[in-house]
Design a protein around this ligand. Sequence first.
Ligand SMILES: [Zn+2]
Length: 227
Amino acid sequence: MWHLLANNSTIIQAISALASALLTIVLVVVTIRYVTLTHQMVTLADKQFRAGVQPQLSVKLDWAAQGEKRIGFFRFKNVGPNSFMISRASFSWYCAHSEQTLVRPREFPLLRSRVLPPGQATSQRFEVDPLSAELHEDHEGDCNWIFRTDVQIEDLAGTVRHEYSYDEALGLSYVRDYGAFTWWSAMRGRWHNRWMWARYKLKVWRRALQERIADIDGYPPKGRREV
Ligand SMILES: [Zn+2]
């Protein structure tokens, strides 16, 4: 027996090497499977937890016109089972008939760090002249002012920041906020506003110039006008 083994030592070595390799492969496969399943379980638990503490908000808006002014109330209500905190809220508006309206959002200072327990609501009053918008492009007919609000909410577990926006015409939408507000995004916003403002000025200036040119007698030349 010993003789036989000694004679075939090379074969035995090969077999044991193969067995060890196979065992390693099996172990690797089992480990990968285990890690994947654990990851899935953790992800699922995390999702369930987030769904459990997800803030649920409802927004209502009422406003009335008083001369040029618009006076109204935004009503924010917690319609979920958990308390949440409004970290900040602001409102703005736009004219549905204007190609572009630009309004610096007005903040509701009383809604900073306001906690809303389940079932509770808070109302915020506003009073603005919509034509105080930073940019409003001329159009024919009356203005159709649409008010909107942006609300940032944190669940009290502090898992994630949520953003809701409510638009009188479009209703409520939910924006989950992934990225933090950085100096870069702030600067980009500022430069975008400046760019829009410059474009608007240029448009107004060009229109005025065209009207002036049209006023000059005999321009454009008659022959060309009839074409
Ligand atoms: Zn308008």
